[in-house]
Design a protein. Structure first.
Length: 230
């Protein structure tokens, strides 16, 4: 039986299910399904805990902004809500803020789940005071004004080598970030839930007093194989 089309996917339900998982489960799922999209080494610079949601993209760089001119990031905030995560690409090479304190306040007010930035972030202390989830490798004091512009919202972007499309899905925690194509979300969720259930069974066995070598034997080693092939 073929997978449901993306039109058949309830995005709210998909986000709810994704938020019950973690990045490691999604990474293991990618290994099983031979997919890609995991980025590691991007720390959570503000806020606490895992975030997941549907992606709104923002592309920043050099050039002329679309007309009418709006401050970078504001369109994404106005489009977003509690089910969304904003993902920003700023690969100009310039030390220029790709996100700042007023944008953080606006995103939090709108209920947006968090922001993930491939580029420098400004006013990180404000994000920390607000406990707003923010993932980035770099911080800066330098403004975007006179340096970079928003090239567009909800365009295809590149996040550290991973192609990200608007309305894709993302999960981010202290282990990593995983970008999930909207066309793959159904099979990724069902496979990740199966893997998590099997890990939970192993955890229960350990808590019950089973020896580690027995509890983490063939079941764990075969975790990334299809269940029918174990």
């Amino acid at each position: 039986m073929s997978n449901p089309s993306t039109r058949d996917v309830d995005s709210r339900d998909a986000v709810r299910r994704l938020r019950a998982l973690d990045c490691c489960a999604i990474s293991d799922t990618f290994d099983r399904l031979q997919l890609s999209g995991v980025v590691t080494g991007v720390p959570q610079a503000a806020g606490r805990g895992r975030i997941a949601g549907r992606i709104i993209t923002v592309k920043l760089g050099l050039g002329d902004p679309p007309r009418p001119i709006k401050h970078l990031g504001t369109t994404a905030i106005e489009l977003g809500g509690p089910e969304h995560v904003i993902v920003v690409e700023q690969r100009s090479g310039l030390d220029a803020g790709s996100w700042g304190g007023l944008l953080t306040l606006g995103a939090q007010t709108q209920g947006i789940a968090g922001v993930i930035v491939d580029g420098p972030v400004r006013d990180i202390d404000e994000a920390r005071e607000l406990a707003f989830p923010m993932f980035t490798r770099r911080c800066t004091a330098r403004t975007a004004r006179g340096r970079i512009v928003e090239l567009g919202t909800n365009l295809s972007i590149n996040f550290e080598g991973v192609r990200v499309e608007p309305d894709d899905y993302v999960i981010a925690d202290s282990s990593g970030i995983a970008f999930i194509s909207a066309t793959d979300i159904v099979r990724v969720l069902s496979t990740a839930e199966e893997i998590m259930a099997r890990e939970s069974a192993i955890a229960r066995a350990i808590k019950s007093g089973q020896k580690m070598s027995h509890a983490m034997g063939g079941n764990y080693e075969n975790m990334l194989k299809d269940a029918g092939n174990d």
